[in-house]
Ligand binder design. Structure first.
Ligand SMILES: Nc1ncnc2c1ncn2[C@@H]1O[C@H](COP(=O)(O)OP(=O)(O)OP(=O)(O)O)[C@@H](O)[C@H]1O
Ligand SMILES: [Mg+2]
Length: 242
């Protein structure tokens, strides 16, 4: 039994086929990149995995449990956390309180929630912002808060949806390091990202979709040189030296 497996998953919205017959498996400890053009179904896949949408067909298994059809909080309890592409921190709450919301997933009381939150803020190098209101953060710190809040639920699998969008180069490099630390701490990662430098740098395996259907899967260098991926997504072959 695989750590995580999607089998022939499909999702329609009225006449729109957002995801059709997508299958993939993720091994424990892997960083798995999910790429594709705008509107190709990446966020929909995350919504299916995390229980926000129910599939029209197919199944999703995580650590031996069938999770499709379960509610988002049940799937989170089983060890799957996600970030949102459009980050929505509770702006009038402090950074610490935002992370405590995540920590309450496993904590037995406020004291423990605070301890988990502080530890996770420390791990994510966001502890210096803990007294700030979430609404005062830069986009880079907001994205990091989103990851911190998801990690505070103590997942075994984390889904990162464009957590590099809007970051400057220094912040991107810091985030690449953070993702490495998350993986080293034993958390498996599925990452949706348009910045190819990030995908090429950190993914063990890449799965490319277009119009909700699989185009290619394999090592990052294999997938970015796949003719259909180049035509439908990259526009031109990926230049490893650029
Ligand atoms: N709740 C919804 N209701 C109707 N259509 C939806 C819904 N969610 C997604 N879609 C449609 O499903 C398709 C896939 O959208 P999705 O957001 O999954 O794409 P994406 O790959 O995440 O794109 P992006 O890179 O722009 O974030 C699009 O055609 C979108 O309009
Ligand atoms: Mg999306």
């Amino acid at each position: 039994m695989s750590f995580f497996e999607i089998k022939k998953i499909s999702k329609r919205f009225g006449g729109v086929k957002a995801v059709t017959d997508v299958s993939f498996t993720v091994q424990e400890g892997e960083i798995f990149g999910l790429i594709g053009p705008n509107g190709s179904g990446k966020t929909t896949l995350f919504n299916l995995i995390s229980g926000f949408y129910k599939p029209n067909a197919g199944s999703i298994h995580f650590q031996g449990n069938r999770i499709d059809g379960k509610e988002p909080h049940q799937i989170n309890r089983l060890g799957v956390a996600r970030t949102f592409q459009v980050v929505k921190p509770l702006k009038r709450m402090t950074v610490l309180d935002n992370v405590m919301v995540g920590a309450f997933a496993t904590a037995t009381g406020p004291k423990e929630a605070k301890a988990i939150a502080c530890e996770t803020l420390d791990f994510c190098r966001l502890d210096h912002r803990r007294k700030n209101l979430a609404g005062e953060l830069t986009i880079g710190d907001r994205k990091r808060l989103e990851i911190t809040r998801a990690l505070a639920t103590k997942p075994a699998l984390i889904l990162l949806d464009e957590t590099f969008a809007g970051l400057n180069h220094a912040e991107q490099d810091d985030s690449i390091k953070l993702i490495g630390r998350i993986r080293d701490s034993g958390v498996t990662i599925i990452i949706v990202e348009h910045i190819m430098k990030v995908i090429m740098n950190i993914s063990d395996k890449v799965h490319a979709i277009n119009f909700g259907e699989t185009m290619a899967e394999g090592t990052p260098s294999k997938v970015v040189s796949h003719p259909e991926v180049v035509r439908a997504y990259l526009g031109e072959p990926y230049d490893h030296h650029a």
